[in-house]
Design a protein around this ligand. Structure first.
Ligand SMILES: [Zn+2]
Ligand SMILES: [Zn+2]
Length: 348
């Protein structure tokens, strides 16, 4: 069986590849229906990483947010026609393989931190392919009542779940989500769905903050005069504003507070370590998500209110018939400042 894919070969240049797919005995073959572009894909597209790093990665299929339909199954776990999500963090079962990395057996961390893990569109080909043979243990079933064009947000929902399970949240903790982008929005929606705590969202765009399912929002003005009372902060800013955001959080958070860093910075932030020491602050790193986080994400989508919340993030459907459409989709997402994503429908 042949598959067509678009691979990035140098900054701003894709090429069409036709490959034979060779499924293994535990694989299923999936026809990709919908995918979404992540900030990480945009960094690869624009070449915004060290060229020595990029040269080792190109040529590579981008995209790690995708859902599709089973067209053939060798594993005996799926039926043809079923809707599924693909988990981009690929690692053979650490329990059975007796993985020597303790992190894999720790519920707060887990296999998304396994040094053996491959990640689609980072050190392994991503999902910009017409069909894909994929290990069944990395495929998560989606019920028929859920639209695939909304289920494509499962990856971001799983990332929010992975960030939230990183720490314990107590009923008395005052919690804040810092950042009014899509990850902040989804993290608020998941928090609201699974925890009975009041929390605040902090950001710069009032029209976006109003959409969030937080109990309260605080608008940061440029002069930044925030006096707030928070014990736990999820930082979801990343990018070029990462440094500012982290230092504002360090300024604001109560002594003994916990900061979960979920945003990916463009460059290494210069943070006020002296204040971290003085206030006894704990900083937690989080990245990506694992199969369990995807199961949780898909089951959260079964909740009507949560599903409605996530549906608001769907901006438009971009039909990808050919490589020109694929370029256009990237150029559109680079300029997208709205709260949400344009979703790619694969027809190639
Ligand atoms: Zn991503
Ligand atoms: Zn492991």
């Amino acid at each position: 069986m042949l598959t067509k894919s678009y691979k990035i070969v140098q900054p701003k240049r894709f090429e069409i590849y036709i490959d034979n797919i060779e499924p293994k005995e535990d694989d299923a073959i999936i026809k990709i229906e919908y995918a979404a572009i992540c900030k990480a894909d945009i960094r690869y597209y624009l070449g915004k990483r060290d060229m020595r790093v990029l040269d080792k990665k190109y040529p590579m299929s981008l995209l790690h947010e995708a859902v599709g339909i089973v067209i053939k199954d060798y594993s005996g776990k799926f039926t043809v026609g079923e809707k599924v999500a693909l988990v981009p963090n690929i690692v053979s079962n650490c329990m059975e393989d007796k993985c020597t990395n303790k992190v894999c057996l720790d519920n707060k961390l887990g296999q998304n931190y396994c040094p053996r893990a491959l990640f689609a569109s980072s050190n392994y080909n991503g999902f910009s392919r017409s069909i894909i043979a994929y290990p069944s243990s990395n495929i998560v079933r989606i019920n028929n009542n859920i639209d695939l064009c909304i289920a494509v947000f499962a990856e971001l929902i799983s990332v929010a779940n992975a960030a939230i399970r990183r720490i314990d949240i107590d009923k008395n903790d005052r919690v804040a989500v810092w950042g009014d982008g899509i990850l902040g929005y989804i993290l608020c929606s998941v928090l609201h769905n699974i925890y009975d705590v009041n929390f605040t969202v902090i950001g710069k765009h009032e029209e976006k903050l109003k959409e969030f399912t937080a109990d309260k929002y605080i608008l940061l003005d440029d002069e930044y005069k925030l006096t707030s009372n928070v014990d736990i902060v999820f930082e979801c800013v990343g990018g070029s504003n990462s440094e500012n955001a982290i230092n504002q959080i360090i300024d604001t958070i109560n002594p003994g507070g916990k900061i979960v860093l979920a945003g990916v910075p463009d460059k290494n932030p210069n943070i006020d370590v002296r204040k971290v020491l003085e206030k006894g602050i704990s900083i937690y790193g989080v990245t990506r998500s694992n199969v369990n986080d995807f199961y949780n994400a898909i089951s959260q989508l079964e909740n009507d209110n949560f599903y409605k919340c996530i549906s608001k993030l769907f901006l438009d459907e971009l039909i990808i018939n050919d490589i020109t459409d694929y370029y256009k989709a990237f150029e559109m997402e680079i300029l997208n400042r709205k709260l949400g994503k344009n979703i790619l429908k694969f027809r190639f």
